[in-house]
Write a protein that binds this ligand. Structure first.
Ligand SMILES: *[C@@H]1O[C@H](CO)[C@@H](O)[C@H](O)[C@H]1NC(C)=O
Ligand SMILES: *[C@@H]1O[C@H](CO)[C@@H](O)[C@H](O)[C@H]1NC(C)=O
Length: 277
């Protein structure tokens, strides 16, 4: 009897959620992490600040974008790969009691390059140690095969020595979101990080169904925030005729329509001279 009451409660809650939750389109197939909008408004500021090209302002956290909800952030390390036009930072947010890692996307100019890649290239790399899990080679290598990974891991280790076991929150916008996702997985799989959560903004798809399923188990607290008007999160397109080769979303996805985060993140600055990608 109690079970039945519970079931009715669940169905009722779902009905309410679907009737008033017009702004949020959610995939209910898996057990989902909770979307916390307060946290999203904070993390989007980190994802936005990492675009700042004045490294001194960024390191001392005195940039124009460093003055809002992220005030008081202590940067531990800026990680810059000039050759590949990549940038990230690792630091400690005392108010969140967490290490925050943020990755920058690429400049618009080079976004076009990899948007083209996304259209024409299929999943072409097997994620090590996960049978059948295929990922996008370009995003994988941007994190794993540049100087970025080493810098991030070093700073995370340093933060741990200094502050103990804090939560780790990884974020990024666009391609930065893709790198954030690979980073979080790396921390969990290869570096025994315990409490890792991911929240990305306007992130493109990065892997197939097998990968998404491994990911959900290993980093369950992952949310991909997307804006329907932005083309990047819709890429690469689904290949309906090759379901085993197609890209899949992470299980938990939040679609923004009028939540106002977009304006913060989409002020993307010109970041490199155009040679990097
Ligand atoms: C949401 O995140 C904020 C900021 O980290 C936190 O203070 C708050 O407790 C969270 N709310 C819930 C319901 O977890
Ligand atoms: C990583 O870089 C090395 C050396 O540049 C290269 O041989 C290797 O194939 C790259 N790995 C991937 C997965 O692209």
């Amino acid at each position: 009897m109690e079970q039945k009451a519970w079931l009715i409660f669940v169905i009722f809650t779902c009905l309410i959620a679907s009737s008033c939750g017009r702004e949020l389109k959610v995939d209910h197939k898996h057990k989902l992490p909770v979307y916390n909008h307060t946290l999203a408004t904070i993390l989007v500021e980190y994802a936005s600040a990492v675009y700042i090209s004045d490294l001194t302002e960024l390191f001392t956290w005195t940039c124009e974008r460093c003055n809002g909800l992220t005030k008081g952030f202590e940067v531990i390390e800026l990680v810059v790969d000039i050759e590949n036009c990549l940038q990230a930072f690792v630091g400690v947010a005392k108010d969140l009691n967490a290490v925050v890692i943020a990755f920058r996307g690429t400049q618009e100019h080079s976004i076009q390059n990899w948007v083209e890649d996304l259209f024409w290239k299929q999943l072409d790399l097997n994620y090590p140690g996960m049978p059948d899990a295929m990922v996008h080679h370009g995003f994988y290598t941007a994190y794993h095969n540049t100087t970025i990974r080493h810098g991030i891991l070093h700073a995370v280790k340093e933060a741990k020595e200094f502050y103990g076991d804090l939560d780790i929150m990884v974020t990024g916008h666009s391609m930065g979101g893709a790198m954030a996702s690979f980073c979080a997985l790396d921390l969990v799989v290869n570096h025994e990080a315990k409490s890792v959560q991911v929240m990305t903004f306007g992130q493109p798809r990065i892997g197939n169904a097998a990968f998404a399923s491994f990911y959900a188990k290993l980093v369950p607290n992952t949310i991909r925030v997307t804006n329907d008007h932005d083309i990047v999160p819709h890429l690469p397109p689904y290949y309906y005729y090759f379901p085993q080769k197609t890209y899949h979303h992470f299980p938990r996805e939040v679609w923004l329509y009028s939540l106002g985060l977009g304006s913060l993140v989409y002020r993307v600055e010109k970041v490199c001279d155009g040679s990097g990608r």
